[in-house]
Design a protein. Sequence first.
Length: 306
Amino acid sequence: MFTLPNEQSVFEIGGIKVGGQPGQLPPVMVGSIFYSGHRIVQDERRGAFDRVRARELLEAEADMSERTALPRIIDVVGNHAEALAKYVDFIAEATEDPLLLDGITAQVRIPVLAHVREVGLQERAIYNSLSPSWEEAEAEVLKASGVKAAVLQATNTRNPSIAGRVQVLKDSAEGPGLITVAAKAGVKKLLVDTSVLDTPDIGVAARTVFEVKRQTGLPAGLGPSNAMSTWKQLRKFEPEVLKGCDAATQAFPIAMGANFILYGPISNAKYVYPACALAAAYVEYAMRQESVRPVLAKRPLNTIMR
């Protein structure tokens, strides 16, 4: 394991803490609900959905969070602004956890920012996301909303290397980097998503986590799940093999210092959480050799290994 040489930011969002040196805080799990194709969604434009099943999924994930000592953020996905606002209201009522405002485009997310301000959810909301294709209107509405947390999407299509992804966070001759854009938008709590392109790229994105933290001190993580779904060769194996490989893939970035994992459908919590808790316990125990001490009393090492 490793200790990063610079100070590592820790942000508190909606009652959970994210960031720090490896081993200081458990990684935060981010599961998606109401995503495109999710069977509980009945009308993706109007936001009609099976509320009973949605509560069951949230409660099952909450149980896994409690049993593994991994905190959670809920990724609230929507293809239309009307639907996303309804989903946000439901999650805010059904849980006390932070939530990602994950509209598929800025045009979907922007109206929901005004709604978040109206209903007073600014302290729990995380804007997902500011990317290199950010728009001026997007930054202005984000600032007006009072939302102070956002994901920065470290995507560089022209240079998808580790250095290229880190570069989009910084100012250059081509314009302001995402860190500057976020500051302009009034965002003070930044989470960097190192942007997975395909299945083999998960290793590169995980390595980029370390580099982002080394150069900026910001919390960083990634979402391996979408890339895993494109791994066609894996479909030749039995379903339980797919689940095992998926769990291993979600846990792998934690060894590289990832502060959060976007693990995909919330229904996968039952096998992803234990794998990630195990990786987090290994990291914490190893970091004791580096004199890094945990911040929280309850954490994976003393929860799943006691």
